[in-house]
Design a protein around this ligand. Structure first.
Ligand code: MN
Ligand code: MN
Length: 459
């Protein structure tokens, strides 16, 4: 009797046979490939669109009337992507959405980044998203980005990924001279203006700033760049190392950028493999989540409404209230990472309401912080509905919240869709060392998220 009454928490690895373990590990391999190819939102968007096109998705601009089974996407300024597969029913009866984001915390170059100090050349940076600054020092860094020139030319640059590529780094003070630094609070030990990236040391024969001049000379030779071109570029400094299998048992993935590319990749694979029935499936790959979902590529942007209008238009369902009706009848999994309970920092989580690494996809009924402030709170009815989908598909899930009450908190794109009338719940992969250069996830949880999103799309 007690067996049935009490909710038992059990490692996912104890619930799989050899065939399933193979599927999980194969999925992990492809996921690691994706992580190594997509270290920025632009690279992720390009990867996603290529995968969509290879699966028969077409740019929605090129489509006429939409019918059951049609697959369409919209690429928004090379940084965010919306994709859909048309279901049997009308769109206004509601769509099934899964929404992830493809931007990750990193260091962006300032518009005038290059300078010389004590005969070394450096880049000034402005960090993007919530980082712990000390984690970004004394580690190999790569440079990814684009330079847009006034003649319309766009140059894509990636340095530090290939064997033999140079890398860059941010230096830190030697312990021998760090008596004052050690006294500082963790938060103040490394300052934002101290995140300067070392990029060169050879002077040329210029009279002043000869090392800086030499770097500019190299950039001009290789990419035709002048110093002013930095201001119309978007360069991101990211860890130079690759995603790796983690642990003796290789059960985990260690990599930069898993928040939230782990949910983006699983959402993409779920959409590509879903067997769509009544409801139209919509996948969102948003940019700018880490800085508040703002701007024309963030989830707040009406670009997403535009995509939904296009679906309604081309399906012949557009009326003045069609979009509102669609949203009010729709449901969504906000596919973003949560935190796993960390053996080194257990005091940050409340064990009964924490996610465990390897225990399956996690559901967060609400997010927010300090008294549920800013929370998108899924209704009991909707949680029951999602539970039924997962339980009927034998997808183990765990239900948790982000850490102990009053310790902090966070949010996702969930509330933005909820504000439009959509039933939304947060559903993602638990992570250790979130926002660090080397985030940790479980291959079991990754596969579990894929299965959960796929079942949701097919509902
Ligand atoms: Mn996230
Ligand atoms: Mn994040």
């Amino acid at each position: 009797m007690e067996d049935k009454l009490l909710h038992e928490k059990k490692s996912g690895w104890l619930q799989v046979d050899d065939t399933k373990i193979n599927e999980i590990f194969n999925f992990g391999y492809s996921y690691i490939d994706f992580l190594n190819q997509a270290k920025t939102e632009r690279e992720a968007a390009e990867f996603i669109v290529e995968a969509l096109e290879n699966s028969g998705f077409q740019n929605i601009d090129l489509m006429g009337h939409l019918h059951y089974g049609d697959k369409v996407y919209m690429m928004n300024r090379d940084k965010s992507v919306y994709a859909a597969i048309i279901g049997h029913g009308s769109i206004t009866e509601g769509v099934n959405m899964v929404g992830a984001h493809i931007d990750s915390p990193r260091l962006d170059l300032k518009p005038n980044p290059l300078y010389e100090d004590v005969h070394l050349a450096l880049f000034k940076t402005h960090y993007y998203g919530g980082i712990k600054k000390y984690q970004w020092t004394t580690t190999p860094l790569a440079l990814h980005g684009v330079v847009a020139k006034t003649n319309g030319e766009k140059i894509t640059i990636s340095i530090g990924e290939e064997e033999g590529d140079p890398v860059f780094t941010i230096t830190d003070l030697l312990p021998h001279l760090a008596i004052k630094q050690r006294e500082k609070k963790l938060e103040d030990a490394i300052e934002g203006e101290g995140l300067n990236v070392l990029v060169g040391s050879i002077p040329n024969d210029a009279k002043e700033e000869a090392v800086k001049a030499n770097i500019m000379h190299i950039l001009h030779e290789k990419y035709g760049m002048k110093e002013i071109d930095f201001c119309s570029s978007e360069f991101e400094i990211v860890p130079a190392f690759k995603a790796r299998h983690l642990g003796f048992d290789q059960s985990m993935v260690g990599s930069y950028g898993q928040d939230d590319r782990v949910c983006a990749y699983t959402t993409l694979q779920a959409l590509l493999h879903a067997d769509i029935g009544e409801h139209t499936a919509v996948a969102i790959f948003a940019d700018k989540e880490e800085i508040g979902s703002v701007g024309n590529t963030g989830m707040y942007s009406e670009m997403f409404d535009y995509f939904m209008y296009e679906l309604l238009d081309k399906k012949g369902e557009n009326t003045p209230s069609a979009l509102n009706r669609t949203y009010c009848n729709s449901m969504m999994l906000s596919a973003d990472v949560g935190t796993g309970i960390d053996p080194n920092y257990q005091e940050a989580s409340e064990a009964n309401n924490a996610s465990y690494i390897g225990y399956g996809v996690e559901l967060n009924k609400y997010t927010g912080s300090r008294g549920k402030s800013g929370a998108s709170d899924a209704s009991a009815e909707f949680v029951a509905y999602v539970r039924e989908i997962f339980e009927s598909h034998h997808i183990p899930y765990q239900v948790s919240e982000l850490g102990k009450v009053d310790l902090g908190g966070g949010g996702t794109i969930a509330f933005i869709l909820a504000n439009k009338g959509v039933d939304v719940i947060d559903c993602g992969v638990p992570v250790l060392s979130m926002h660090s250069p080397f985030e940790v996830t479980s291959k079991y949880d990754i596969y579990s998220a894929y299965e959960a999103y796929k079942a949701f799309f097919e509902e």
